[in-house]
Design a protein around this ligand. Structure first.
Ligand code: DC
Length: 224
């Protein structure tokens, strides 16, 4: 494994802690973080602004072809929709649901994967999402499937969402996570699945720092 260009890919269901772990790892290793879910969210926001329904696959495909999603400079890097910083706007439950629905459209996936692969091709990247170990970067030096129980994942999401929306209810978040799991695992085009050579990390009972330590140990062992 060449440390000159290290690519780590992390997949897993909603709320498994991928963003926290990927951010800690990226900071520790001093390499770029690519949040692929944020790109689907930014795209969903573009569709919402244009009044395109998530059921209208054709219009979504057309929109995807003329939409650019990128990242600016900063920590965390701002998510740019055609150059506009939409980082906070994309974090609502509604946009999460829309992103999950829009991401079932093949033309949307193709466009996002194309943009993501262009970023990864510049090297040194930690990417996280639902298809990054299987489709976006199957060549990654380390592939991880991060997971936790549904209760644990919903609780984490709830804490996250409550910071912005104190009225958010846990039952609503559980329902959201269950729905998204179902859609992410069962969509026809590149469903969330376990890559054959992915390493499964169960984060239950571990702090984020403990999970990162486990991953760093694993990295050391494959670098030897
Ligand atoms: O990780 P997230 O909650 O920000 O992702 C939002 C949605 O985007 C998720 O429910 C499914 C979709 N997604 C995807 O299809 N493929 C990815 N690599 C990342 C996210």
């Amino acid at each position: 494994m060449s440390r000159e260009s290290l690519v780590i890919a992390i997949d897993g269901p909603a709320g498994a802690g991928k963003s926290t772990i990927a951010k800690l790892l990226a900071d520790h290793l001093g390499i770029r973080l690519l949040d692929t879910g944020a790109m689907y969210r930014a795209f969903a926001l573009a569709a919402q602004r244009e009044g395109i329904s998530v059921d209208d696959a054709e219009s979504l495909g057309e929109l995807a072809a003329r939409t650019n999603v990128s990242f600016g400079e900063g920590d965390p890097p701002p998510v740019l929709l055609d150059g506009e910083d939409v980082s906070s706007e994309i974090r609502s439950l509604e946009i999460g649901q829309m992103a999950s629905q829009a991401s079932t459209v093949s033309a949307v996936r193709r466009r996002m994967v194309e943009l993501q692969q262009a970023i990864v091709s510049t090297g040194n990247t930690i990417l996280e999402g639902r298809d990054v170990t299987t489709v976006v970067a199957p060549q990654a030096d380390l592939k991880i499937f991060l997971t936790a129980s549904i209760e644990e994942r919903a609780r984490r999401r709830w804490h996250e969402i409550r910071e912005r929306d104190p009225s958010a209810r846990l039952t609503e978040v559980v329902k959201d996570v269950v729905e998204r799991d179902h859609r992410d695992y069962t969509r026809q085009d590149s469903p969330l699945m376990l890559a054959e050579d992915a390493w499964i990390v169960e984060s239950f009972g571990l702090t984020p720092v403990e999970v990162v330590d486990l991953i760093l140990e694993r990295l050391e062992s494959i670098a030897r």
